[in-house]
Structure formats: C-alpha cells, structure tokens
Write a protein that binds this ligand. Structure first.
Ligand code: NAD
Length: 468
C-alpha cells in the first residue's frame, strides 16, 4: 500500500516528468506549489434548528494564467491535501488541452446524502459568500464548476449568490456547468464522459499500441467495466456502448455486478432508480465487494468515482489491458508502476477527463461574449449552403430529397459546435502526448502528459519574466 498522500502522488508524477524538461529547480518548484490555499469554516442551521460547523476549501494552484478554474467537490472525504492535489491536476490538465486557465479546486466536507436540499442550498450559498468575501471567485479571478457531489443545481445557486453580492456585467461567467437558462451551455453535462470516450477512441486507434496489447484497433467489440455511474461514469459508458463496446461490469456504492454477456446501460439505470441498487440486475452476478470490479475479465477499466481506487493491493489482479482514468487520481503511483510493468496502457486522468474543463471554457467564453454559439451565423450558413446546393441541382439536373437537403444545408448550432470543439481538442491533445512519448522514448502516457504540461506552464513563467 502506498504511503504517499494524494498531493505527493501528483508531485511524484510531476518529478518523474520534470527530468525530461529544460527548467531549473526554481521554476519547477514554482510550478508545483499551490499559490493560495483558503480554508473556511462556517455555521449551518439545520432543518431541525441545531447548528453544525461546515468546513470548506478553495485552492488556487497556479496563477500563470487567469482566471483559475476547477470544480467544487462535496464529499465527507474532502480535506486540504485532496483539494491541493486536485487543484494541481487542474493546472496540468488545462495546459495539456490548451485551455487558458490556471488550476484551482474547491471542496466542502459533507456527505450530500445526509442533508436536505434546502440545507445543501444554504451550505452552497454560504460557501459562495465566503469565496466572494475573500476574492476567490469571479469571471477573471477564479471560476468554479461541478465535481463529485455537485451539479448544475449547485452552480445555479453559486451564480445567484455571486450576483446578489457583485454588480458585475460578466457575472454569468463566474461559474460554469450552470443550467442553460442561467448562461450554461449545451453539452456541458455530458462533456467529461464524452471527452473520456473521445480519448479512449483515440488510444484504441493507434495500431502500434493495440498490437502491443494484443488487441484490435477501434472501440467496437471491446469489453469494459466502470466504477461509478454518476455524471462521468454514466456518460462515458453511454458513448462507449453507442460506439459498439460491451459493458460487462459496474460498481456503485451498494456493490458491484458482472455479466460477461454485457448489460444494457439504460435498463440498468432504470432498474437502479426503481430498486435503489444495481444488485440483482438482469443475469449479472454480484461480486464480493465493489472494488472487485477492477479484477474482472475485460479489455478496458473505467474508474469514474474517486481517487486511490487501484492501489498496490489490487493492481496485480487487474486483467484489463487499458486503464482509462475518468476519475481524478484513481491509480496510485505504485499501482501505476505495477500495471505498466504488466504492459497495460494507462490513459491518464490529466488528459482523459479534461472534457469538462474544455466545455467549461466554451461556456465561459459564451458568457463573456453574451451571445449563444451559432446565433449569429447558423441561418446565414444555411442560406449560403442552400444556394450552393440549388446551383448544383441545376447543373446536374437532379433534385435532392427534403431529408438530404436538410442534412446538406444544416447550419451549426451550439451543441454541434461544442461537440466538434471538444472532439478536436481531445484528438489534438492525444497526438501531442503520443509525440512526446515517442520523442523521449517513454513507455507511459502519464509522464508524457506531464512533460507537455510542464513545458507549457514553464514557458509561460519564463515569458512573464518572473525568473529573469
Ligand atoms: P458524481 O458524484 O456524479 O458520480 C460519482 C459516482 O461514483 C456516484 O454515483 C457514486 O455513488 C459513485 N461512487 C462513489 N464511491 C464509490 C465507490 N467506492 N465504488 C463505486 N462507486 C462509487 O461525480 P462525477 O462528477 O461523475 O465525478 C467522478 C470523478 O470524475 C471524480 O474523480 C471527479 O473529480 C472526476 N471529474 C469530474 C468532472 C465533471 O465534470 N463532473 C470533470 C473531471 C473529473
């Protein structure tokens, strides 16, 4: 079992990659440090009238680009170390996918199941109040987003609280992952899972890597298991199964199930909604514990719950050839080495789950521009395309059907542009990482991804003249 805490794990990966960069120790230390750490405690009046003290954090890891950006996590496991680690990962993640933000993360130490909706609203609003008071939120300062235990509802409360306290024309850009009506963007909810799918698809398209693993190229026909059927796990599984992959195992809080013949995701979601559990679904068998999901027969493991799930204790039992890190930090440093020694391909979190921040960036841009994507050009593009098609029809002397005409002249809407931008970003970032892996003759993508991030952030610091 690893003796490192989460932030040390992240730094260990950083140090491994730093050896391949040209920066001196001072620059590297500056990149690694968390620039600001804010710890707050505040009272909550519970529905029964009693008072409880709530603890929260906001960590801004790197100010090399502003604003800083990172989700807010609600979990009873939240602490300062975890928030620092996740903030650092955000800096590297943003650099890897060329999103012009520094990294940040927030956390509130609560188990959401223990509070009513109105208590959660009071906690969220008070936490936001504390962030505003200390200058830890704002469109050009620090922009939160959803993470484990939070979603669009909480982001909407955050915006409303910020707006009540600040007379800011760009208020809607103070937080992303909001409901559409409050300046959110189409495609944000599914963005992280969608990005996970694009990343796995890219990895599976590299013939040399698949040959080395003894697998065919492509997602179609591959089997996978997923840990966590929340936002990221559900959407990643949805796009994987739509692309022809077979979901053979699922792990959730109540336990884990496995069926080598595959399971229907939507039917499983409905079953869980109805019964409150995944156990007993279809022809699946129940596994002894929810962590046993990682040692089942399959091609791909998608951990999509929390950090430190694949550890020195269970890594040796992993049979899958591909570990797709949808969650942040699911594989400990020692487990990473064990998996790598066995020839597995680990698609690192810092790249793979970046889809959320990529689309958050698009949402932030939309909010500071105060205009929906596609609004200015959709109709114009459609009319131009129609003129071209009509010209072609008259040249060729044939008419297209209504359906074909519709397809040929479709002007891009917000959802189309977001999806296309996300796909482009995930493909380009994967190519950059694999090029660095070849250049340095590395055998792992995590180190290559970190080198990419360090090079970009280090160059920024140099250009800013902080280290003359
Ligand atoms: P979520 O709260 O929507 O879902 C997490 C799911 O995991 C829940 O269904 C929960 O019941 C389940 N779970 C918790 N502990 C488990 C365990 N021990 N075994 C099995 N299942 C367990 O959270 P999310 O937003 O999907 O985030 C999941 C991970 O993805 C986190 O590591 C988060 O930091 C990361 N991530 C999320 C986003 C995003 O946009 N939401 C972006 C990047 C990274």
């Amino acid at each position: 079992m690893s003796t490192y805490n989460f932030f040390e794990q992240v730094n260990k990966n950083f140090d491994k990659a730093a050896k391949y960069t040209r920066f001196d120790k001072g620059v590297l230390n500056q990149i690694k440090k968390c620039n600001t750490v804010y710890h707050v405690s505040f009272p909550l009046r519970r529905d029964d009238g009693s008072v409880e003290v709530i603890e929260g954090w906001r960590v801004e890891h790197s100010h090399h680009k502003m604003p800083t950006k990172g989700g807010i996590r609600y979990s009873h496991k939240v602490d300062e170390d975890e928030t620092m680690a996740l903030a650092a990962l955000m800096s590297y993640k943003c650099a890897i996918v060329d999103v012009p933000f520094g990294g940040a993360k927030g956390g509130v130490k609560i188990s959401t199941r223990s509070y009513s909706v109105s208590e959660l609203e009071r906690i969220t609003r008070r936490y936001t109040f504390e962030l505003v008071k200390k200058g830890f939120i704002g469109p050009g300062v620090d922009v939160p987003a959803p993470d484990y235990g939070t979603g669009a509802r909480e982001m909407g409360w955050i915006l409303d609280t910020y707006r009540q306290m600040k007379d800011d024309l760009n208020a809607e850009a103070c937080v992303t992952g909001k409901p559409i009506q409050q300046g959110g963007i189409r495609g944000r909810t599914e963005a992280t899972g969608r990005g996970v799918y694009f990343g796995i698809r890219e990895a599976c398209s590299v013939k040399k890597d698949m040959d080395a693993l003894g697998l065919s190229t492509g997602v179609e026909g591959k089997t996978f298991v997923v840990q966590g059927l929340g936002n990221v796990g559900y959407h990643a599984s949805k796009y994987m199964t739509e692309a022809g992959a077979k979901m053979v195992g699922v792990s959730e809080l109540e336990g884990a199930i496995y069926d080598p013949n595959g399971m229907d995701l939507q039917a499983l979601m409905d079953y869980r909604k109805e019964t409150g559990s995944i156990i007993g679904f279809g022809n699946s068998k129940e596994l002894p514990s929810n962590k046993d999901i990682f040692t089942q027969e399959c091609d791909i493991i998608i951990p999509a719950a929390l950090e430190s799930q694949i550890t020195g204790d269970n890594a040796n039992g992993v049979k899958a050839k591909i570990i797709a890190e949808a969650a942040n930090g699911p594989t400990t440093a020692d487990a990473h080495e064990m998996l790598k020694d066995r020839g597995a391909l680990i698609i690192p979190d810092s790249y793979l789950n970046a889809g959320g921040v990529v689309v958050s960036y698009f949402e932030w841009l939309k909010d500071i521009q105060h205009v929906r994507y596609g609004r200015m050009n959709k109709r114009f593009d459609e009319e131009s395309l129609m003129r071209i098609v009509k010209e072609l029809e008259s040249i060729n002397g044939k008419s297209y059907s209504e359906e074909t005409l519709k397809k040929l002249t479709h002007g891009a809407e917000e959802a189309d542009l977001v999806d296309s931008g996300l796909e482009e970003t995930m493909i380009t970032a994967y190519q950059q990482i694999t090029e660095i892996r070849s250049e340095h003759k590395l055998d792992d993508l995590r180190t290559a991804a970190f080198i990419n991030a360090i090079n970009k952030i280090g160059t920024m610091y140099e250009q800013m003249g902080i280290f003359p």
